[in-house]
Ligand binder design. Structure first.
Ligand SMILES: Cc1ncc(COP(=O)(O)O)c(C=O)c1O
Length: 458
């Protein structure tokens, strides 16, 4: 009997597509294979050289092959707790921390474990939406606007919550990500207070993805976490039983350019419900991934330390991302695109709406068509807004948005990364002039693309 290939996977899994970030990578390879040059702004992978002591620690522990505890090595959990407690001026203990092979599986575990449906800001990082669907949950967009740099307002939260209730859903989870992928927005303390208060009032568990939190450009400002804000609202250094849990996730992939090492973590609140969710996450982890890689965990103890070398590495990394991303933002703004100034991470999120009439003439009406036009006509790869939840018939220019990542604009090759990377970081830390030919090339290509649009009759 002939069996259709569709008979082997579930309907839900059958709807999954290769992540758009991987898809754009493949398009870049194909375009380059045809001999065409491509400026790659499509992939948000941090590529600076790993800090030297951290690299040495990883090499030193390469013979550690035993499974680590499910929650992660105790010394690493202590380092994570101390690092975050010191930054935010709050109390965090090692037993509140769970380490995993990246923060991505932790986020999926949380969506799968927690009850209810999800309030999700639009735009949002590409993986939340499919993860929520895989966890058999519904999501309701909290709309944001470039005019206030994609901030979150009480009105937008309330509208999403009411829409969820009208549609007979059960909104009990909210996900936020600051600094944000894709917008580069950093939520201010008043915005975090609005979100935290809303979640407390409605009994919503807040998951705060803070993977870019070291990469906040204003290094004079105190770092700020949803954890801290919720503690301030409940008036407790360690929230009481009544508080609705806030869970933060983070990891090694962005600040430390070590995505491939696969180390992420979650911090749970010290209340009864927080402990219960942590214990459930641990049980889930024990059945799904067991533990994160041993050498990578042992090297991460060094990375999350507060030695002068590590503090200075984090400062230099932030300065370099800030310099490059701000320069790309200024170039896009000067080209007349609608774009909010990024305040953290390494992304800009422009809308080509001001050129919509010319794009229409070129049969470009959606963000996917725009990203295809940009790569084939102008050699610039960027991710379409639709990957971040933007609707093609959506609000305020969402359909003509692209996310551009600056993280591939530093080195021509892997060898370059280690030969030139440390000196480049030092120069950025000392605010000396930087030579970034790939950034110049990206700006030139984008200027060419916009010139083509200006030359197209409306
Ligand atoms: C917003 C955001 N959250 C989470 C992740 C996942 O990071 P990892 O699984 O490497 O910790 C990424 C990676 O691109 C991201 O951009």
């Amino acid at each position: 009997m002939a069996t259709s290939i569709q008979n082997f996977v579930t309907i839900k899994a059958g709807k999954l597509r290769l992540s758009p970030t991987l898809e754009i990578n493949e398009l870049v390879q194909a375009t380059r294979a045809k001999g065409n040059k491509v400026v790659h702004l499509g992939f948000g992978e941090a590529t600076f050289p790993v800090q030297k002591d951290v690299l040495a620690a990883h090499e030193q522990h390469s013979r550690s092959t035993s499974y680590m505890p499910v929650a992660g090595a105790l010394e690493l959990r202590q380092a994570i707790a101390e690092y975050n407690a010191r930054r935010y001026g709050i109390q965090i203990e090692a037993d509140q921390v769970v380490v995993a092979p990246g923060s991505k599986p932790l986020l999926f575990a949380l969506f799968d474990i927690l009850k209810g449906d999800v309030l999700l800001p639009r735009p949002s990082w590409v993986s939340y939406e499919p993860q929520i669907q895989l966890a058999n949950k519904r999501h309701f967009w909290v709309e944001t606007d470039e005019h206030d740099r994609h901030s979150i307002t009480f009105e937008a939260l309330d509208a999403a919550y009411k829409r969820a209730l009208e549609e007979k859903a059960d909104p009990r989870i909210m996900l936020i990500n600051s600094p944000s992928n894709p917008t580069g927005q950093v939520f201010s303390p008043p915005v975090l207070t609005v979100i935290s208060t809303f979640c407390q009032d409605k009994g919503i568990v807040l998951i705060s993805d803070e993977i870019y939190s070291d990469l906040t450009y204003d290094q004079e400002a105190n770092p700020i976490s949803a954890f801290q804000i919720s503690n301030a609202i409940t008036g407790d250094a360690r929230p009481s039983k009544a508080a609705t849990p806030v869970i933060i996730t983070s990891g090694l992939s962005k600040t430390y350019s070590a995505g491939g090492w696969r180390v992420g973590y979650a911090i749970f609140p010290h209340c009864e419900s927080g402990r219960h969710i942590r214990d459930t996450t641990l049980a889930y982890a024990s059945e799904c991934w067991s533990a994160a890689s041993a050498p990578a965990q042992l090297a991460s103890i060094e990375a999350l330390g507060t030695s002068c070398a590590m503090n200075s590495y984090r400062r230099m990394v932030t300065s370099l991302h800030s310099h490059c991303t701000t320069r790309l933002y200024e170039a896009l703004r000067d080209l007349g695109l609608n774009v909010a100034e990024p305040k953290g991470a390494f992304y800009v999120y422009p809308s080509f709406q001001p050129y919509s009439a010319q794009l229409e003439k070129l049969n470009v009406r959606t963000s996917v068509e725009l990203s295809q036009w940009l790569i084939s006509e102008c050699g610039v790869a960027a991710l379409p807004g639709s990957a971040f939840g933007e609707a093609d018939d959506g609000l305020v220019g969402g359909r003509l948005r692209l996310r551009m990542a600056t993280s591939y604009l530093y080195f021509q090759s892997e060898a370059d990364r280690y030969e030139k990377g440390y000196a480049m970081l030092e120069r950025a830390g000392e605010e000396q002039e930087l030579y970034l030919p790939l950034l110049d090339e990206a700006i030139l290509s984008l200027q060419g693309a916009v010139q083509k649009l200006r030359d197209t009759p409306k």
